[in-house]
Design a protein around this ligand. Structure first.
Ligand code: SAH
Length: 295
């Protein structure tokens, strides 16, 4: 199996070949502290976006990578936030360079972070802040995750290997799902707040991501009809990881989740046997809460 996703869009010349600043292997025990997300403050400023009107699956297209590349290549035809130099390609490169400096080494993940236009997942009023390393409000008291933590979680889940089928709990605006679509062959993402599920569909539509399925529902139950998954990422923090998700991991599969209430840490759980899982505690983090049911 190759290390690179099949249709990866960009040769990220500058970053992919960049030597990692921090030497040594990919120590999962390395105790980095993620910049705390600022969900609470940000929520206060939130200009809630209306739900997108359309239903149905994210459109199928020949190449999501091409759509993403087109978006990058044709700023003149884009909407105002895309023309803004504050959301330009160079700004995104700077964001990726910062993430690399913070310790994310996996070139596949860094390439994916470079390829996805984060500003397209945010309210236009906030688009100029799209590439700062912070979580930002997306409405409904939820946030788009901090870029560093998105990259870090995917790196931990990938561990340098290729991913076939991945599940994300907490689609939000769809940003991390778009990044995941570039590192895994098939991606499923569940959101419990219907207007956010609709928002993610609307955000993803212009990118024409063909290997991503968005699901409205309670992610604590997982997605048994698509299981098993060789990777699961939770974008919201529970006091523990729901048992259903552990059971939907494929043998050898890895789940990365924030765990805790006020004090949270990232947890990596690996399924090592039919009824056996191992767990590692990684860095501190701050996520919105994982909640049951749908609204
Ligand atoms: N993945 C997003 C982060 C969204 S914030 C990004 O790309 O930035 C976390 C999301 O998890 C919120 O939208 C919240 O509604 C959702 N969430 C919380 N509990 C959930 C559950 N049980 N099932 C599905 N989504 C859930």
């Amino acid at each position: 199996m190759t290390d690179k996703p099949r249709t990866f869009p960009l040769s990220l010349d500058s970053l992919a070949g960049k030597p990692a600043r921090q030497g040594g292997g990919q120590s999962l025990a390395q105790s980095r502290i993620a910049t705390p997300q600022t969900a609470t403050q940000n929520a206060a400023q939130s200009a809630a976006r209306g739900g997108a009107p359309h239903h149905g699956a994210v459109p199928i297209a020949p190449s999501r990578a091409q759509a993403i590349a087109n978006e990058r290549a044709q700023p003149a035809t884009a909407s105002p936030p895309r023309q803004n130099p504050l959301v330009s390609d160079a700004v995104r490169r700077a964001m990726v360079a910062r993430i690399a400096k913070q310790g994310v080494k996996d070139p596949v993940v860094l390439d994916a972070m470079q390829a996805v236009p984060r500003h397209m997942f945010m309210d236009e009023a906030l688009a100029s802040q799209a590439y700062i390393d912070a979580s930002l409000p997306i409405g409904h008291h939820q946030t788009i995750s901090q870029p560093y933590i998105v990259a870090r979680m995917i790196e931990v889940m990938r561990q340098g290997g290729s991913l076939q089928r991945v599940l994300e709990i907490g689609t939000g605006c769809g940003y991390q799902a778009a990044v995941l679509s570039l590192v895994a062959k098939e991606v499923y993402s569940i959101e419990r707040i219907r207007p956010l599920h609709e928002l993610a569909k609307a955000n993803l539509r212009p990118l024409r991501v063909s290997n991503l399925r968005l699901q409205y529902g309670d992610g604590m139950l997982g997605l048994p009809q698509a299981a098993p998954f060789d990777g699961i990422i939770l974008a919201a923090a529970g006091l523990e990881v729901p048992q259903a998700l552990l059971e939907q991991l494929a043998p050898g599969g890895r789940l990365v989740a924030p765990v805790g209430a006020k004090l949270q840490h990232l947890q990596l759980i690996t399924r090592v046997g039919k009824m056996e899982w191992t767990s590692q505690t990684l860095e501190d983090c701050h996520f919105v809460p994982l909640r049951p049911g749908t609204i």
